[in-house]
Design a protein around this ligand. Structure first.
Ligand code: AHR
Length: 498
């Protein structure tokens, strides 16, 4: 039976704002995520501005990246900020113990990151070193970044930046249950309170303090006790808590190839991805207990598909290709975040360039945009839009043991006043017919864009950069106050209603 769905879009019952920061990125010192991906240095033959790749910066600006998380990840809890300031040729060369054991010359430090964030118009989300750094080191880093005066501000000025930066977000360590220090939740909550006490920024400015979230929720298991303890013990000292959930298609050990997979793996990937909804709901319930007024946010500060490393690549670099399947993972997760807009105010896909589910892949001077990039680009109108609740009834897509709703949807009123509807048809074989009722909305015109490809495994390469890219969509019609759409098999569609 052909997939179908009916939607009631309740434009007359607008919901919360969809914070643009759910479209945030994560850039760790890992593999070629920073070095070669963002930073090539001012002397590189690759066209650059003060060391930043021009091609990458232009692509990220186009995406309107709202926030970037840096320098990790696991890297953060061993990072000493003083090693990344001052003349680059005097900075110490260290070993990146988490990722491949390669050398890290600290060429990309605080100034390079903050400058980069400013360049692409993003807010900065810095993860502090709680693992093997002291509260004093952390406090001095924050002072170095934000203070208008004093000897750390003087040092900053000497290093080229007189004006303080704005530091919108600060992570109190990363994965404190694991690479951040292998802590018990009770101990982590105490440590979080202690470090948080010393996050001090100039009067009139605000830095959001985000606690390290629970252990990787790993289907079919989730770690809610961490959030329970963190909220119970430390809620007063934080503005929100992290949640990390990756889609491991095959599990933690054998994750599976990014490009060579069958339909069962496609269905399994999607089924695991949409568990994000259940995990967020679970963490929300706990937060509601301790923060019924919903003042504390959830930051899904690591998410995305995690496949086996690309054949021939350094396994410590977490490099992987990105197919139409990853585009589905991106769209379904974003749809989930929009539906939890009341609590989920920040999310950072892992990771921005060349690592895990990347937006952009580079190799020397070459660059290509991934299907995931295109999803983020298509969803731009959802940034800071107002959620319009959707009642969705969909038929099921079945493959082996997996049963998934064939159609997923979200809707919003954009800052430009137009209505946007994002639809996903996860069925890789058949088009889906969708009928939408538009309560409280008079639209006379519908247009749209679609992302799809002939195969599930389709991806962009340096030689074929346009194998998967958005196209104009003509499969939607308005008639008698309703919207009728035929979604191609395995597609993401974003419609504009005016
Ligand atoms: O994104 C890669 C790694 O995954 C991060 O460094 C860590 O926080 C997580 O386990």
């Amino acid at each position: 039976q052909a997939p179908s769905a009916s939607l009631a879009i309740q434009a007359d019952r607008p919901g919360p704002k969809i914070d643009r920061r759910i479209f945030g990125q994560f850039a760790e010192h890992l593999g070629t995520g920073i070095y070669d991906g963002v930073w090539v240095g001012p002397k590189s033959k690759i066209p650059n501005t003060r060391g930043y790749r021009n091609d990458v910066v232009a692509a990220l600006k186009e995406l309107k990246v709202p926030v970037v998380r840096w320098p990790g990840g696991c890297f953060a809890d061993e990072y000493h900020w003083r090693e990344g300031i001052g003349p680059r040729n005097k900075r110490p060369v260290k070993i990146n113990t988490n990722w491949g054991g390669v050398t890290e010359d600290n060429a990309f430090g605080t100034h390079e990151f903050m400058d980069f964030a400013e360049m692409i118009g993003a807010e900065a989300y810095i993860s502090g070193n709680v693992g093997n750094g002291t509260p004093a080191e952390m406090a001095e880093w924050i002072e170095y970044i934000t203070a208008p005066a004093g000897s750390l501000a003087d040092l900053r000025a000497k290093n080229g930046r007189k004006q303080p930066w704005k530091l919108e977000w600060f992570g109190i360590g990363n994965e404190l249950w694991g690479c951040g220090g292998n802590m018990r939740p009770e101990y982590a909550a105490d440590v979080t309170k202690r470090y948080s006490t010393f996050i001090k920024v100039p009067a009139g400015t605000k830095t959001m303090r985000i606690a390290s979230g629970a252990s990787h929720n790993m289907w079919p298991w989730a770690e809610y006790n961490w959030t329970e303890v963190m909220m119970r013990e430390a809620a007063d000292q934080i503005d929100g808590t992290g949640v990390h959930y990756y889609t491991f298609p095959g599990g933690m050990e054998t994750k599976g190839s990014a490009t060579e997979f069958d339909e069962e793996a496609w269905a399994r990937t999607i089924a695991k991805t949409i568990r994000m909804d259940e995990y967020i709901t679970g963490h929300e319930k706990i937060m509601d207990k301790y923060d019924p007024q919903k003042k504390k946010i959830i930051a899904v500060d690591e998410w995305g598909a995690w496949h086996d490393p690309a054949p021939g690549s350094n396994p410590g670099f977490l490099q992987q290709q990105n197919t139409l399947r990853d585009a589905m993972v991106a769209a379904l997760n974003i749809n989930i975040f929009t539906r939890h807009a009341e609590r989920v105010k920040l999310a950072n896909i892992a990771q921005m360039i060349n690592v895990l589910q990347a937006m952009i892949l580079t190799d020397g001077p070459k660059m290509t945009l991934t299907p995931t990039y295109h999803v983020f680009e298509m969803y731009k109108p959802f940034q800071d839009a107002v959620l319009l609740p959707v009642d969705l009834k969909s038929s099921w897509y079945h493959k082996d043991q997996w049963a998934i709703r064939a159609v997923d949807a979200t809707a919003a009123r954009g800052v430009d006043g137009k209505t946007y509807v994002a639809l996903v048809n996860v069925d890789p074989n058949q088009p889906a017919s969708v009928t939408a009722n538009l309560a409280g909305l008079t639209a006379t015109r519908v247009s749209g864009r679609v992302l799809s490809a002939p195969t599930m495994q389709a991806h962009n390469t340096f030689d074929q950069p346009n194998a998967v890219r958005p196209a104009a969509f003509n499969g939607a019609q308005l008639s008698g106050g309703a919207l009728n759409v035929t979604l191609p098999a395995k597609s993401v569609v974003v419609l504009t209603l005016e």
